[in-house]
Design a binder for this molecule. Structure first.
Ligand SMILES: NC(=O)c1ccc[n+]([C@@H]2O[C@H](COP(=O)([O-])OP(=O)(O)OC[C@H]3O[C@@H](n4cnc5c(N)ncnc54)[C@H](O)[C@@H]3O)[C@@H](O)[C@H]2O)c1
Ligand SMILES: O=C(O)C1=N[C@H](C(=O)O)CCC1
Length: 240
């Protein structure tokens, strides 16, 4: 595949390495200094775009790809309030758009474990649920996109909880998410169920960015030739 890389930072560079190791090429790499050249790229020149930039940039980049009919895989977090609009545009234009808050297979298994655990814990009100996410200090958004997806899984399965807040809380209808930023942490997420007598906790720890990057390249391979709006569950076909 000829990949248009939108964002050539930590993820863009890791994605390029993995793409090349899988016999793909990245003939176009767009970052802030050459951003204006994006509008000269058309669907004849590339097979797919992979977008990992920053919250303020993702909407315009994904919109451009959808309008041009370039299949686009996006992993940028922190802009989800505008995602629905682009999903509708994608369906209307007959384009292809794949989004995941986390492309690692391990995290997507963890999402399912999280939902299952939330269901199991429902009849036991003495346990209070909370979450912690830890990432590197350059991360711009909080809580992480992964933490929001985990929170949505818990809220769906737990009638007494209706929302999340990005701080610890004693309010029983809220899920408190604590965000920590430490030097070089690629991404660690823990869900806690605390009772007066014990704690149950589940943790996913990323050891590097490789799992995210490989997942994004595999998603791009999977997306080419399809039309519609997709996510990791469509590709991995996980059920429990
Ligand atoms: N979904 C996942 O699996 C996953 C995994 C890791 C990171 N992320 C997310 O991906 C995004 C990027 O992460 P990163 O660690 O590579 O960040 P980064 O800061 O290292 O890289 C982002 C790059 O995008 C560039 N950029 C900003 N605006 C741009 C624009 N309009 N066009 C092109 N390039 C632009 C920046 O100059 C920078 O080089 C973040 O939102 C992060 O949360 C998602
Ligand atoms: O490094 C980041 O930034 C990450 N962002 C995603 C998120 O917000 O969940 C995935 C993990 C790494």
């Amino acid at each position: 595949m000829r990949i248009l890389l939108l964002g050539y930072g930590k993820m863009g560079k890791t994605i390029e390495q993995i793409a090349i190791s899988r016999n793909h090429t990245a003939p176009f790499k767009i970052d802030l200094e050459n951003y204006s050249s994006l509008t000269s790229i058309t669907k004849d020149q590339v097979d797919v775009a992979i977008e990992f930039t920053q919250p303020e940039s993702a909407y315009n980049n994904v919109k451009y790809c959808i309008e041009q009919g370039i299949p686009v895989v996006c992993g940028t977090t922190g802009w989800l309030e505008k995602k629905k609009e682009l999903e509708e545009l994608c369906r209307k234009n007959g384009s292809a758009f794949f989004y995941a808050s986390n492309f690692s297979v391990g995290v997507n298994l963890f999402f399912h474990l999280n939902k299952l655990l939330a269901k199991i814990m429902n009849p036991f009100p003495e346990y209070e649920v909370s979450m912690e996410e830890i990432h590197h200090k350059q991360k711009l958004d909080a809580p992480s996109g992964t933490a929001i997806t985990l929170a949505e899984g818990i809220i769906d399965a737990t009638p007494k909880i209706n929302s999340w807040v990005n701080q610890p809380t004693k309010e029983k209808s809220l899920l408190g998410i604590t965000s920590k930023r430490l030097d070089a942490v690629p991404g660690t997420h823990t869900v806690y169920y605390n009772s007066p007598v014990d704690t149950i906790e589940i943790t996913h720890t990323a050891h590097s960015r490789e799992g995210f990057a490989k997942g994004a390249v595999v998603a791009a391979e999977w997306l080419v030739g399809k039309k519609g709006v997709f996510g990791m569950d469509d590709m991995l076909k996980i059920s429990y």
